[in-house]
Design a protein around this ligand. Structure first.
Ligand code: ATP
Length: 277
């Protein structure tokens, strides 16, 4: 994984920018008719001679969970960073909740959030302090109560008083997820949401995310290398290869179409087919 820059630092900077005049701003086109909550057309990102993302198109519908899959370096993180508005594309269009993220991202950002294991929270602040800072940045009402609530929901109340720098990798993942949910986002971007979590905690987190989504109608786009997780959570997958979307569909349709036993076998087939070329 090669994150373009520290996204958390940028989003904090973005969201405190005087240009948007605050957080509680709704997007221009926030009608229930916005069915395609995430809409990407011709999205391209180059790093020097490397084309990390090569003219991709996809949509994620309201209330859907979709996954970006692909081998290391396929372009998943770069895509997520561009959808968040953290990284400028070289070409293409990104709309979230009807907002053009290139022209007007501050409005949509207030209703989005993300988690990534590659984002470090300030280490000397306790978990509670970190979550309170983010709650304030997102303009959450009743900060202390919301922090207590999200910590209880994610079964991490015992972590609140701990300095963030002293947490294990799995504990940090849970805190990052709590951060991602602090503003009850309508759109959630999750980069490897269960990385480092033990199987029990990962299973609980998946269950929690599904329940949260059912309750709030959240639209989720995630990147994951865990195919069982994707089969369980996602109604659509986009399989990336060399910056392009090589195939897409519902996990069970892809499994049937490739004549495989599960999504992991489909993934291995696609990746190894490329390696054999
Ligand atoms: P992984 O599964 O390893 O996390 P990924 O699918 O998320 O991979 P990206 O991190 O999006 O892949 O990287 C896509 C391509 O872009 C890779 O070839 C990577 O080396 C390159 N890349 C990513 N960030 C940068 C950067 N800041 N500078 C130069 N090249 C980069």
């Amino acid at each position: 994984m090669s994150p373009p820059r520290a996204p958390e630092a940028e989003i904090v900077q973005d969201m405190t920018s005087p240009r948007d005049g605050g957080f509680a701003v709704g997007p221009d086109d926030d009608s229930p008719n916005v069915i395609n909550v995430i809409e990407v057309r011709g999205l391209t990102k180059r790093y020097g001679t490397i084309t990390a993302v090569d003219g991709i198109d996809f949509t994620v519908r309201r209330g859907e969970t979709a996954a970006l899959l692909g081998a290391n370096g396929a372009g998943k993180t770069t895509t997520i960073a561009m959808v968040l508005g953290l990284l400028l594309p070289d070409a293409g269009i990104i709309k979230v909740l009807g907002c053009d993220m290139l022209a007007n991202r501050y409005q949509a950002l207030a209703r989005m959030n993300f988690s990534s294991p590659y984002v470090d929270l300030p280490r000397r602040l306790t978990v509670r302090q970190n979550l309170e800072v983010f709650a304030r940045l997102y303009g959450v009402a009743g900060v202390a109560a919301r922090v207590r609530e999200v910590a209880a929901e994610l079964d991490m109340t015992a972590l609140l008083a701990r300095p963030s720098g002293e947490l294990s990798a799995g504990q940090r993942s849970r805190v990052t997820l709590a951060k991602a949910l602090i503003n009850r986002p309508d759109v959630l971007l999750l980069d490897e949401p269960t990385a480092s979590l033990d199987p029990d905690t990962a299973d609980r987190i998946r269950g929690y995310l599904a329940a949260y989504q059912a309750r709030h109608g959240t639209t989720i786009l995630l990147a994951s290398h865990n195919m069982a997780e994707v089969e369980r959570m996602c109604s659509t997958v986009f399989i990336m290869r060399d910056g392009r979307i090589h195939d897409r569909g519902a996990p069970r349709d892809l499994v049937a179409r490739y004549g495989r036993a599960n999504l992991e076998e489909v993934f291995l087939h696609i990746v190894r087919e490329k390696a054999a070329q």
